[in-house]
Write a protein that binds this ligand. Structure first.
Ligand SMILES: *Cc1c(COP(=O)(O)O)cnc(C)c1O
Length: 360
């Protein structure tokens, strides 16, 4: 069976070199005589894996020393609860509503305090990034929440809002490691690993140390940042194999040349797709404002549902899979995460051109 080009939004494509490496170490990791999956998380061999994963992430993202890196479970969605439970002291937050994931975080935070929606793009099915009027910001808010890359709608917040002393909390699930960022501008960065970091089951949280304080009384023990930070993400069994594969992904990024290089490749890939869409008579991108366009997730439509379905079907037969759009947007979506090779994007664009010619 031949491998396909997988444009899935998540879980998504992993670098082939990483899968091969994992395969070669599947039965025996190093001189341990066992698979990473079979190891005690307290063993020497495993300890070096998790330490190395953290060191690589710190190096690649240039994470300052006053930030903790936590390897947790429960997906990005658990963070929607964990963040308010740990950070809501004055019980007021600001939030930018840019899509379904921001909405879920909004709903969850609303259970514990007041959420001030400072800007929203709901009026146009979240196909743009709304202007943030700084006079609407509460300087006394516990935190300011954004979803930086909106996986479903294909938008991204390119310029971070100036939140003053209010910590910026950001969901980077679908854009972490795609380009260099200044970690010091954030209070918390979190991401489910299954888009750009590794397999599902691992959730990475990068949190400024002063934000790790006593959580609300009602907080379940597993939802306390303090506990995980004090125990080096080893309070209980962490997602050991997912962390191991994440480590391999980080090695792959480092060998490639780090996030500068990653960004160069990612912008090139995204430009190829947007260029085609902007010049096509059949296809168009659902996000028109160039600054708002995600470089990871690109939704597009023909304007004709039957034609969309035909496209998805024929693309699948040609080995370009998981291009069906999210049900709330319709049409198609190409997720072109770090691990999607340039050749995959070239094949996609060639296929779109061919389809357009054949279906005029
Ligand atoms: C996929 C995704 C989530 C949900 O992640 P889970 O790990 O499934 O909870 C949250 N936010 C964004 C931006 C996502 O892309």
């Amino acid at each position: 069976m031949k491998r396909v080009y997988n444009f899935s939004a998540g879980p998504s494509v992993l670098p082939e070199a990483v899968l091969e490496k994992a395969q070669s170490e599947m039965l025996c990791y190093g001189d341990s005589g066992m698979s990473v999956m079979e190891m005690s998380h307290r063993s020497k061999a495993y300890e070096s894996i998790i330490k190395e994963a953290e060191a690589l992430l710190r190096e690649i993202m240039n994470i300052p020393d006053n930030y903790k890196v936590l390897f947790l479970q429960g997906g990005a969605s658990s963070q929607f609860s964990m963040i308010p439970l740990n950070l809501m002291k004055k019980k007021k937050i600001d939030l930018v509503l840019t899509g379904m994931w921001a909405k879920k975080a909004c709903d969850e935070a609303s259970r514990y305090g007041e959420v001030n929606v400072v800007a929203s793009s709901k009026d146009k099915t979240y196909n743009y990034i709304p202007e943030i009027d700084s006079s609407k910001l509460n300087p006394d808010a516990d935190y300011f929440y954004i979803c930086q890359n909106n996986t479903i709608y294909g938008t991204r917040i390119k310029n971070l809002p100036d939140t003053g002393n209010v910590p910026l909390v950001a969901d980077l699930s679908s854009c972490i490691l795609s380009e260099p960022i200044d970690v010091s501008k954030y209070g918390i960065i979190f991401a489910g690993a299954q888009k750009n970091m590794g397999p599902a089951g691992l959730t990475v949280v990068i949190i400024r140390e002063d934000l790790i304080t006593e959580a609300m009384d009602i907080t379940p023990v597993m939802f306390k940042y303090q506990l995980h930070a004090d125990n080096g993400s080893m309070y209980n069994t962490p997602p050991t194999y997912a962390i191991y594969v994440c480590k391999l992904v980080l090695e792959w990024i480092k060998n490639l040349g780090g996030l500068e290089k990653m960004a160069e490749i990612n912008y090139k890939k995204a430009e190829m797709v947007y260029n085609f869409l902007d010049n096509s008579e059949m296809f168009s991108a659902t996000v028109s404002n160039a600054d708002d366009r995600s470089i990871m997730n690109i939704p597009f439509v023909t304007g004709n549902e039957e034609l969309d379905a035909k496209f998805v079907k024929e693309a699948t037969a040609a080995g370009l899979v998981n291009l069906k759009g999210h049900r709330s947007v319709g049409g198609m979506r190409a997720s072109i995460y770090n691990a999607m090779p340039i050749e995959g994007v070239e094949k996609l664009v060639e296929f779109m051109a061919e389809f357009e010619k054949n279906n005029k």
